[in-house]
Write a protein that binds this ligand. Structure first.
Ligand code: ADP
Ligand code: MG
Length: 292
């Protein structure tokens, strides 16, 4: 399913003169099926408000634009939001804070029961088991534990299992690696790619981490003041370095390192702001800096 937003705007507390906040302004954005899409931008730029529209958690205000997701027209009064939510999974920042059930099994089962109440007991069990295994946990070892007994990384995986249990086509994650240590972060990103190679067709991540989006996303957009100010491949977006800095954002660290090698050793590489470009630049520098 493709996501198309047209002139999407949003105002918090629209009726209050003093409190009204224009969080989104005329956002026109297309996210294609198959994208591993990154959303970056300063705090308060509208990223979370935007993604919460995508499964109808925030309803489009009258006259404030359109969203089409596959055949779902989110402005249509007859739009089936329940069905939409089973296809567009939403993982909030610190999803482990939303675990609530007595056992891991019950937590993961909650969403499936809600979306597919007609499932038989054994079908439910098997769906829960599949979801838990998909996020890389051992079902029998974990299903009867309290979510509160688990490690931070395990909790986050359980929370994701609850979301992917309905096999969403689109998975939206708001700051998915916030608070994880480097190892946890790496494993988590691998999980996202595994899901993307499996039934999740489109992944959308909101992130402060420029390295993360440079390494993993095929397309990214930059929010600023509620508007989308840039969209393209990470390379296209980060090449306009001045613009990124003007928006108060950092470039991926590889951008600075590769630039330093250019200044000091005269090494020129086709920089796409990934670790690979940097490694290529280092190899050239070690060979004496001459460009071949
Ligand atoms: P981001 O996720 O990029 O940090 P948000 O979408 O959370 O940005 O916020 C966009 C703007 O809307 C900010 O000015 C923020 O203060 C405001 N905002 C966000 N949530 C609310 C809310 N529940 N009530 C009022 N204003 C809000
Ligand atoms: Mg946010």
């Amino acid at each position: 399913m493709q996501i198309v937003t047209e002139n999407l705007s949003y105002v918090y507390s629209p009726k209050s003169k003093d409190m009204a906040v224009r969080a989104l302004k005329n956002v026109n954005l297309t996210i294609n099926e198959g994208d591993f899409f990154g959303i970056i931008g300063h705090t308060g730029s509208g990223k979370s408000t935007f993604v919460q529209h995508l499964n109808g958690l925030i309803k489009i205000q009258k006259g404030n634009g359109k969203i089409l997701i596959g055949d779902y027209d989110l402005t249509d009064k007859k739009c089936d939001f329940k069905s939409l939510r089973s296809k567009v999974g939403m993982v909030f920042q610190y999803p482990e804070h939303q675990l609530f059930a007595e056992t891991v099994f019950d937590d993961v089962a909650f969403g499936i029961k809600n979306f597919f109440p007609q499932l038989k007991d054994d079908e439910l069990k098997s769906a829960v088991a599949t979801a838990i295994e998909t996020v890389g946990l051992n079902v029998n070892a974990i299903k009867d534990k309290s979510p509160f007994e688990l490690s931070g990384g395990q909790k986050r995986r359980v929370a994701i299992a609850g979301v992917i249990a309905t096999r969403p086509e689109i998975l939206v994650l708001d700051e998915p690696v916030a608070g994880l240590d480097p190892k946890g972060k790496k494993e988590f990103i691998k999980l996202l790619h595994d899901l993307h190679n499996s039934f999740v067709k489109t992944i959308i991540i909101v992130s402060h981490d420029m390295n993360l989006v440079a390494e993993n996303c095929n397309r990214i957009c930059v929010f600023s003041g509620g508007e989308v100010v840039q969209v393209g491949t990470p390379k296209q977006v980060f090449l306009s370095a001045e613009k990124i800095k003007d928006l108060g954002l950092e470039l991926p660290v590889t951008a600075y390192l590769t630039e330093r090698l250019k200044e000091e050793k005269g090494v020129i590489v086709d920089n796409d702001f990934t670790e690979n470009s940097f490694v290529t630049a280092v190899k050239k520098a070690l060979k004496g800096g001459e460009n071949d």
